[in-house]
Design a protein around this ligand. Structure first.
Ligand SMILES: Cc1cc2nc3c(=O)[nH]c(=O)nc-3n(C[C@H](O)[C@H](O)[C@H](O)COP(=O)(O)O)c2cc1C
Length: 339
């Protein structure tokens, strides 16, 4: 027999809320990252339907001048699925309105609550939210502790390694774990790196070793720079993290979750079918204009089954088009042509 060995199936990762009454199992421990403007309920559902996703969470919902009502959280969350746990991500600069918003998230059916301490966008950073919180570990700890005390759902934190450097990473990790976070997703970039810079997986290894050394069992989810299915096992082996979160790699290849667990890779025809089915779902939910922009967003990143290999000029042409029928026709022809 030749060929690469099948990766061993990972055991589920289970996290619990206060009092251990409510647990969430990520099975497998492979999460779709929250991405504002990308991972709305339609995209999330399409990706989860392909299999291999152990958990996902909403795009961030920013709490500012008032509590977020359940009907708004429900819009972000979409219909609750029985086959995959989906959490609600909240972004708060302080404790105001957090408790009521968590109650809304519970009412809307959130499986768990994730708190965003990683967003680099100036509009967020300048309001002292997202990654700006990394400069204030005590304030982060207060927010986490309040959230943990307000719900039986698990409360996790998603953070970067630092703002301008990683010198305070372990101090922040300690504060977050001590405050009762049930899980920490670590995006292995700094705020100043935004998204383009290569991820530094050594920070994930350092974070995992640090927490274990301090006696914390808080699971670490490694995030950043998973570009292909094989990277998942590599990140786990190189860093010792308890699970992996995939962002843009899922837009490039929505099957990455399934194939990283040993599933059959998609054909080009599968890739074309996914694009068309995603476009159909967006049309049904939000109309043709939205479908055009979402399909172009996919085309910008899409590379599963080598669908644009040797066809970069066609990708460029599709990205310049403002006709949904033109984009759909490209995929439809592709569907027929390539097995
Ligand atoms: C377009 C876009 C939107 C994002 N929105 C969010 C968000 O709402 N909440 C969050 O915690 N992270 C957000 N992120 C960060 C991702 O969750 C993830 O941490 C980052 O993309 C690194 O993972 P990757 O290298 O696998 O893409 C976003 C990233 C992108 C590219």
């Amino acid at each position: 027999m030749t060929g690469a060995p099948m990766p061993a199936r990972s055991a589920p990762l289970v996290i619990s809320g206060r009092g251990n009454e409510r647990t969430v199992a990520f099975d497998p421990p492979l999460l779709l990252a929250p991405m504002e403007g990308v991972t709305d309920p339609v995209f999330r559902d399409q990706v989860i339907n392909l299999g291999g996703v152990g958990g996902a969470c909403t795009e961030f919902i920013r709490i500012s001048s008032s509590a977020i009502p359940a009907r708004v959280v429900r819009r972000y969350l979409g219909p609750v699925r029985s086959d995959c746990v989906v959490g609600v991500q909240l972004m708060a600069a302080d404790e105001d309105h957090l408790v009521k918003t968590i109650a809304s998230a519970e009412a809307a059916g959130a499986a768990w609550i994730d708190l965003n301490f990683g967003c680099p966008a100036p509009v967020v950073f300048n309001k002292c939210a997202g990654s700006a919180m990394l400069a204030k570990p005590e304030a982060m700890a207060r927010i986490i502790a309040l959230a943990v005390g307000a719900t039986r759902l698990p409360v996790s934190a998603k953070m970067r390694a630092g703002i301008d450097d990683a010198s305070r990473m372990t101090e922040v990790l300690h504060a977050v774990a001590q405050a009762g976070a049930a899980m920490i997703s670590l995006h292995a970039r700094l705020r100043r790196h935004s998204y383009a810079h290569p991820a530094t997986w050594d920070w994930i290894a350092e974070a995992t070793a640090f927490l274990r050394g301090q006696g914390f069992t808080t699971p670490i989810i490694g995030n950043g720079g998973i570009d292909e299915a094989g990277d998942v096992a590599r990140m786990r082996a190189e860093t010792g993290c308890d699970g992996v979160m995939i962002g843009r790699g899922a837009l490039a290849d929505p099957w990455i979750f399934r194939t990283s667990g040993g599933g059959v890779p998609p054909t080009r025809s599968d890739a074309a079918r996914f694009a068309l089915s995603y476009s159909d779902a967006v049309i049904a939910e939000r109309g043709e204009r939205a479908s055009l922009s979402k399909l172009k967003q996919l085309v910008r990143w899409y590379r599963c089954a080598g669908i644009f290999d040797g066809r970069e000029d066609e990708r460029t042409r599709l990205l310049r088009s403002d006709r949904l029928d033109e984009l759909r026709a490209w995929f439809a022809v592709h569907l027929e042509r390539v097995a």
